[in-house]
Design a protein around this ligand. Structure first.
Ligand SMILES: CC(C)(COP(=O)(O)OP(=O)(O)OC[C@H]1O[C@@H](n2cnc3c(N)ncnc32)[C@H](O)[C@@H]1OP(=O)(O)O)[C@@H](O)C(=O)NCCC(=O)NCCS
Length: 433
């Protein structure tokens, strides 16, 4: 049995770039039919962004649009509006992420779509919540990160590198898509009770801030006591009245740090992350494997609070132990993990993408794209289901499914040919849109 959870769900996907497409990509891999509306002639901007070959769609596009159907449609034209209206009339979900006000201008606001099809759920992504003073800003990934405390709390806390820093993780883009997917799935369940579609508004700001919740926790603590024990600045430095950057400390109460391992002089990722848990038993096991039994009776180290106050000395001794023993990041992991010490090697992208075990478990999957692209790797559905295994079809060419989709909606060959000539589904010969 391999029943796709979203089998029979039809999604009209008016999204582009990363945030919206990452959402509809997940819905598609879970079995929904995704009809991707693309502007005639140009399509999703990522098709031609960061290309590895001028004749091929970029990996950016390829990694976010597997299995979707591409329908080119100028929704600003009379016929384009009529076609989109028809698509919406039988859709379960309509999703868009145009700049603020653009969808209203095209005539397909939530209110309009709800009138056309009361069962249709409407998902929208914008940079900011409607109540925000920034609600009208266009938004890309860094806009979300810099306004949701991600950048101000990430990076080094002293010296010349003490500048707001971007996370490599797409906290504003794909993370927003995943948040919207949760909202849309909730709306689908809700519809089984109400019979009606709802409006799911997801801002990049809220999605990013949701992942920065622990930084708001830190602000509350700072407001109360003026310091944060898990930070390297504690106990010797004065804290500002806002949460500073935390370097590589662990976000919770356990004491974690990134340690240099064998080869660090030439390999910028020859590091391992090691955590000292707060519990007495865990600490006893850890000191045994390091050979630091003297810490069990040393008041500077024999309680978690004492270790927080002396983390400089703790880190220095662990660091020396690794380098004296000439251990690489994998050996550090192999040595400490059996003693129950939370530890892991810092892995670079090459190491991850060469790890066969990740392909065996479908964390990473290979998509066979016809033509010059051939096989490429992407990250699959990030969770597993015991009774469903997703498949990973290739990505559509621009407008590759236009005729097929229009036929399904009852348009004749003559009408389809006319739409291609009058600027509805293909650019006009003179380039006018
Ligand atoms: C990403 C973003 C900054 C790009 O802005 P942009 O360059 O103005 O591009 P958009 O796709 O929003 O819209 C451009 C125009 O194309 C039009 N357009 C797009 N697809 C169309 C179609 N199929 N038919 C007709 N018009 C179309 C829009 O209506 C808009 O017209 P307007 O400027 O006259 O109002 C903006 O869309 C945005 O802020 N989106 C919300 C947040 C978001 O999701 N960001 C992306 C994160 S990965």
């Amino acid at each position: 049995m391999n029943t796709a959870p979203l089998q029979g769900i039809k999604v009209i996907d008016f999204t582009s770039v990363q945030s919206g497409p990452s959402c509809t990509q997940l819905l598609g891999w879970l079995g929904a039919e995704i009809i991707k509306i693309e502007r005639p002639g140009s399509g999703d901007a990522t098709r031609n962004e960061l290309q590895f070959d001028p004749d091929c769609p970029s990996y950016y596009f390829l990694q976010l649009n597997s299995g979707k159907k591409s329908l080119t449609l100028d929704a600003a034209t009379h016929d384009g509006k009529a076609i989109l209206t028809k698509l919406i009339e039988t859709a379960d979900i309509f999703v868009e992420n145009l700049h603020p006000g653009a969808m209203d201008k095209l005539g397909f606001s939530w209110e309009e779509v709800h009138k056309l099809n009361p069962r249709c759920i409407y998902g929208t992504i914008k940079g900011f919540p409607v109540s925000s003073r920034y609600a009208n800003l266009k938004a890309y990934e860094p806009v979300a990160q810099v306004t949701a405390a991600a950048a101000s709390t990430t990076g080094w806390y002293s010296g010349p590198d003490n500048i707001p820093t971007q996370s490599g993780a797409a906290l504003g883009d794909s993370n927003t898509g995943m948040h919207l997917a949760i909202g849309l799935l909730a709306a689908l369940v809700q519809r089984t009770h109400t019979g009606e579609g709802t409006y799911v508004y997801q801002s990049m700001h809220n999605a990013c801030l949701n992942l920065c919740r622990i930084k708001t926790r830190d602000q509350l603590t700072l407001d109360k006591i003026g310091y944060l024990t898990q930070f390297m600045q504690y106990p010797n430095e004065k804290f500002p009245d806002y949460v500073p950057r935390s370097g590589n400390t662990e976000g919770s109460g356990v004491l974690g740090w990134t340690y240099k391992c064998k080869g660090w002089e030439t390999d910028p990722n020859a590091y391992a992350y090691i955590i000292f848990q707060r519990g007495k038993k865990d600490f006893e096991k850890a000191v045994e494997v390091f050979g630091f039994q003297d810490w069990l009776t040393n008041p500077d180290f024999n309680t978690a609070d004492a270790r927080d106050r002396h983390k400089d000395a703790l880190i220095a001794r662990v660091q020396k132990w690794i380098l004296d023993n000439d251990l690489d990041k994998y050996q550090v992991t192999e040595k400490l993990a059996p003693a129950g010490v939370p530890v892991a090697p810092v892995l670079n992208t090459k190491e991850i993408m060469n790890d066969q075990s990740l392909y065996d478990g479908n964390t990473l999957v290979k998509i066979d794209q016809p033509g010059k692209v051939g096989e490429f790797v992407t990250v699959g559905v990030p969770f597993t289901m015991s009774n469903f295994q997703p498949t990973y079809p290739p990505c559509p060419t621009l407008g590759g499914n236009t005729a097929e989709v229009l036929k399904e909606y009852g348009y004749t060959d003559a009408q389809i040919a006319e739409f291609a000539k009058n600027g509805t589904t293909a650019p006009l010969p003179d380039g006018k849109m």
